[in-house]
Ligand binder design. Sequence first.
Ligand SMILES: [Zn+2]
Length: 228
Amino acid sequence: MNAVKLDKKIVAFQLAKSPDDELGTENANTENAIEHIHEKVERPEKLLGSTYKVKTPLSDHALYITINDIVLNPGTDHELRRPFEVFINSKNMDHFHWVVALTRVISAVFRKGGDCTFLVEELKAVFDPRGGYFKSGGRFMPSLVAEIGEVIESHLHSIGLLEQEDMHEAQKAILEEKKQAYQEAKAETSKDGEFPPSAQLCMKCYTKAVIVMDGCMTCLNCGNSKCG
Ligand SMILES: [Zn+2]
């Protein structure tokens, strides 16, 4: 450091900052300014949401599942859309008082912050002791709780919190080919996008899409295959 001779009295001084210091404080400030979800985040007056209609054989009336999202740090690089609350409604909610309880617990998990994607697997793994039901397209739904889990899953996909497990185009083509060959051999027809009527239930994806070809049990939906 160079010595500087002062001819005047020192009347005021300021501490020198190193460039690193300045950067450090700036980073810390941005970090503090980023809003994260936690219990104390107040509900804004207006929230964006999606409503999903679910028809089950359990009730004459459809269920409407609404998931509202909160957008944190809007307009910044840290913009994040997170689910904030869930409501379930139907014409007749009398039988579904436990559904109301479930939505309150799910909403609380959403608002608590952190990872909420585990909810999907937990809910989808619930089996109704009275037996589940089949959705159109031959997919087995083990319970209403599982159905709610699936709606949350598709919502988390749509807002980018869950990644879509997309099958490779090549694998899809192979399965489509197998389906065609199987239907020709069995002289069966099925509507577009549906699986052969004689297909069995796949225990991996719960879809009636398992066929036996060349001694191989293959699911035409998820590709799960067992040979023997
Ligand atoms: Zn499958």
